[in-house]
Design a protein around this ligand. Structure first.
Ligand code: HEM
Ligand code: PLO
Length: 476
């Protein structure tokens, strides 16, 4: 009989394929090798191993993290990143390590503990609450308000600038991002057979158009920023990168002919911070909202916890995080049941290595199927049920199950992890402290199936916002 994991993996692949014609399984099903829960298949000419258990995921990402820290070169991501001058899609090289450290350090500059970052987030959270509380009483789609709030946080961190409601440039950013999410690295045929790029291809031309718009916009912003730069301490990510360009090129090794962090790298980093920082966080928030509409009892319990530990007299701050285990569990359960990055970003083997005792040769692509790990019935009771209590023990204390890795792990772990966690906490706690969400009269509950681009997004849905006691005037 077929082992369960195989079934699960097939299910995940079917799910991933269900809405768009991604060629993932159809091209490859011809040659499929099974090693227990491991899965080997050919995506066109590329031998690819699919990981479906958390043990193997830990082996690949952590124990042997360095062996598997490479990234494949793909047509679409090469266009997006000017041949890997970013962090996420760049292969594992000394320059990449230096670049990643620069970005990471500048994030810790606004670090979790510092009040600066919290103030930036809280100020956007406040405006979002005011906007939602004064919104259409018949129901509205919350996604643009959420996206703007999250975009403004990143914009402050990267450029020290924010957008006002209805700003045309913001609209442009949202549009090109949507276009890129739909067309990038979706397992489409050009990324499997690169020579196909010489033929006309609708999706590829759309991608190119979006990238051009992005580059114009960001180049302009970068120039403005360079003109207004002072010599003091770096005040945003761009400052930090421009400083890193000139000061000690830590990793500029003698054997490599690369010229360190170029202007292209700076531009690609800004673009990626925008892309990664906005799409992931806003998508996660929207998924959680969608599930709260399906489970009003969960929403009420979060609000009860907030009333007990915070009340309505003051705003929530990050120091409340330890006192709100149920809210934290709701966030975790949202990221479990609908991981925004269901197969992470493809990894490649840097050297000959092994997974679960099976030899894996250099260059092999490795997909970590977080969807099937987060829905594995051996580790999750009724995996399709939204049940935040799985992240709590008998005493109501938080637990982190081993089959839960929404940010990946190891050398390629998400660089924005602590920023993302801070944002998710402050957004959700402040929103639910001040308002309740309902489905508009006569409207359907949100569709939970989702739409798969490079991230797994919910389909558009509508909400009605009801102010909670003390916040009727919008909290102004
Ligand atoms: C990588 C998840 C927010 C920047 C990743 C990966 C995942 C992930 C699964 C890939 C790990 C791998 O390939 O093994 C998430 C989730 C987020 C989130 C669930 C929010 C809920 C953010 C934010 C930023 C960010 C806010 C930046 C501002 C990045 C970057 C990478 C990455 C640059 C590439 C890291 C590398 O390849 O070395 N993230 N992320 N992410 N994330 Fe996030
Ligand atoms: C989102 C659209 C942007 O225009 C470009 C971009 C850059 C980084 C990508 C991001 C997109 C999608 C989500 C990704 C992120 C890097 C890490 C993150 C893939 C394509 C995740 C969830 O893995």
């Amino acid at each position: 009989t077929m082992p369960l994991s195989l079934l699960l993996c097939c299910r995940a692949l079917v799910y991933l394929n269900s809405l768009r014609s991604c060629f993932f399984s159809s091209v490859s099903a011809l040659f499929c090798f099974r090693y227990g829960p491991l899965f080997g298949l050919y995506l066109g000419p590329h031998y690819t191993v699919v990981i479906n258990s958390h043990q193997h995921a830990r082996e690949v990402l952590m124990q042997k993290g360095k062996d598997f820290a490479g990234r494949p070169s793909m047509v679409t991501t090469n266009l997006l990143t000017r041949g890997g001058k970013d962090i996420a899609f760049s292969d594992y090289t000394p320059l990449w390590k230096y670049h990643r450290r620069l970005v990471h350090n500048s994030f810790t500059l606004f670090g979790e503990g510092t009040t600066r970052l919290q103030d930036i987030v809280l100020s956007e959270v406040d405006s979002l609450c005011v906007e939602l509380l004064s919104s259409e009483k018949q129901g509205f789609d919350p996604s643009s308000a959420v996206t703007r709030a999250v975009t403004n946080i990143i914009c402050t961190l990267v450029f020290s600038a924010t957008y006002r409601h209805g700003d045309a440039e913001l609209q442009e950013v949202i549009q090109y991002n949507n276009g890129i999410v739909e067309t990038i690295a979706r397992g489409g045929l050009v990324d499997i057979y690169p020579w196909l790029k010489v033929f006309p291809n609708k999706s590829l031309s759309k991608l190119k158009k979006c990238i051009t718009i992005r580059d114009q916009l960001l180049t302009r912003k970068l120039q403005e920023h360079k003109l207004s730069r002072s010599d003091g301490d770096p005040c945003d990510l761009l400052d930090a990168l421009l400083k890193g360009q000139t000061s000690g090129q830590g990793q500029k090794s003698s054997e490599s002919k690369d010229d360190g962090i170029t202007d292209d790298h700076v531009l690609m980093t800004a673009a990626e911070a925008f892309g990664a920082g906005v799409e992931t966080t806003s998508t996660t928030l929207l998924w959680i909202l969608a599930y709260l509409l399906h489970h009003p009892e969960v929403q009420e319990r979060v609000q009860k916890e907030l009333d007990e530990h915070v009340g309505s007299e003051r705003t929530v701050t990050i120091s409340d995080r330890g006192q709100l285990p149920y809210l934290n569990s709701v966030i975790n359960e949202g990221m479990r049941i609908r991981p925004v990055s269901p197969v992470l970003i493809p990894h490649t083997a840097m050297t000959n290595s092994s997974i679960g005792g099976h030899a894996v040769s250099q260059g092999t692509r490795v997909l970590v199927n977080m969807w099937s790990i987060h829905h594995d019935p051996h580790h999750w009771d009724k995996p399709d049920l939204f049940n935040p209590e799985r992240f709590l023990d008998h005493h109501g204390q938080q637990v982190t199950p081993s089959s839960f890795l929404p940010f990946g792990a190891g050398p390629r772990v998400c660089v924005g992890k602590s920023l993302a966690r801070l944002e998710l906490f402050l957004f959700l706690s402040s929103l639910l402290q001040r308002m309740s969400f309902r489905v508009p009269r006569g409207a359907p509950l949100p569709n939970l199936q989702g739409r798969l681009g490079v991230v797994l997004q919910p389909l558009p849905f509508k909400v009605v916002v009801i102010p909670r006691a003390g916040w009727e005037d919008g909290g102004k």
